[in-house]
Design a protein around this ligand. Structure first.
Ligand SMILES: Nc1nc2c(ncn2[C@@H]2O[C@H](COP(=O)(O)OP(=O)(O)OP(=O)(O)O)[C@@H](O)[C@H]2O)c(=O)[nH]1
Ligand SMILES: [Mg+2]
Ligand SMILES: [Zn+2]
Length: 311
């Protein structure tokens, strides 16, 4: 057998599991030449598209080429000795799941997840689950409105009443998707319903990390069943990854509805808080930018700036 293409779905201690188009998992190690290069620039990560070749001796495979990455989920540590650590590459999208009730959604937390996605160039989808619990549909409309206005896809679902599930299955189809959101909102329930059996494996890594058994942060790709060539990404939670290393000055870029106004402010280093002739504040005043989203920006900005001062 000669060279085959595959995708890295898991890896620890130098052995990577590469899934080839036939659905087989092939344990592979980086070829010596790539190991040298890796130290300098690329670090192989889950989600990488690779070329593998059988080893001359033995049944193993070696990774002889790493394809270009279209996105990277990284934990950045500015000033840190190791620069950034790539958790997963080529994630197409993130489903940010919240429930409309039980637990109550926190818009600030929704905004935080969206900022993490934007900072990593990951396409977010907001999923509002448990819509069966909303006594008044207008409440769900009000929750969704700022995000729709900002340009995010919003999906309303109920596992209990089978609402929006076909739509969500179509969103996952053929894509590499990370699922994020607070505890209890129904992430496992949704995945179990969409793809029975798959969700059981989700969360294994995050839970062991939480228990402190893992010292490093890993990620894993879980193939969707039934010939769907999509994957779910099990990462130890975008929440843990948080906004590590995001410079406060870049936060405004991570509110996508602010972008048309950035550069229009009088001062180039405008923080959009107290400065005169600020295009963002003007857009908030005119209603073009949602005020609650702007309030989130102000809170998160203060948080990031405090973190910078502490360093
Ligand atoms: N009413 C209602 N309850 C739901 C729905 N989806 C999930 N639940 C319930 O919400 C609870 C939590 O669901 P999980 O799927 O465990 O939530 P999770 O997001 O995976 O939580 P963690 O694994 O802790 O992060 C369970 O009791 C589910 O039965 C829904 O659409 N409507
Ligand atoms: Mg769960
Ligand atoms: Zn401004």
């Amino acid at each position: 057998m000669s060279a085959v293409q595959g995708i890295v779905i898991e890896g620890t201690g130098g052995v990577w599991q590469v899934r080839t188009p036939d659905g087989e998992l092939r344990p592979a190690a980086l070829a010596g030449r790539l190991k040298q290069e890796e130290r300098e620039f690329v670090k192989l990560a889950v989600g990488d598209h690779v070329t593998i070749e059988p080893e001359e001796r033995g049944q193993g495979w070696r990774i002889t080429a790493i394809g270009p990455r279209k996105s990277v989920l990284a934990r950045r540590e500015p000033g840190g000795r190791y620069g950034e650590r790539v958790l997963a590459s080529n994630i197409d999208q993130v489903c940010v799941v919240f429930s409309v009730a039980n637990p109550e959604p926190h818009v600030r937390m929704i905004d935080r997840f969206l900022v993490v996605c934007e900072a990593n160039d990951l396409e977010p989808h907001l999923v509002l689950n448990k819509v069966d619990l909303a006594v008044d549909p207008a409440v769900v409309d009000a929750l969704a409105a700022p995000y729709l206005k900002a340009g995010y896809p919003v999906h309303r679902t109920s596992v209990k009443r089978d609402i929006g599930l076909d739509e969500l299955r179509a969103v996952l189809h053929g894509k590499v998707t990370a699922v994020a959101g607070p505890s209890g909102v129904g992430k496992s329930s949704l995945l179990n319903t969409l793809h029975p059996g798959v969700a059981l494996r989700i969360g294994e890594i995050s839970q062991s990390v939480n228990k402190g058994r893992h010292t490093t942060v890993g990620a894993k790709l879980i193939p969707l069943p039934d010939g769907d060539d999509g994957y779910l990404v099990d990462t130890p939670g975008l929440r843990e990854i948080a906004m590590w290393g995001l410079p406060a000055e870049s936060l405004d870029q991570c509110f996508r509805e602010f972008r048309p106004y950035l550069g229009e402010c009088r001062f180039q280093d405008c923080h959009h808080e107290v400065e005169p002739q600020c295009a963002v504040q003007a857009a908030v005043a005119s209603g073009a930018i949602d005020r609650a989203r702007y309030d989130s920006y102000v809170k998160l900005y203060a948080e990031l700036r405090d973190a910078e001062r502490q360093r």
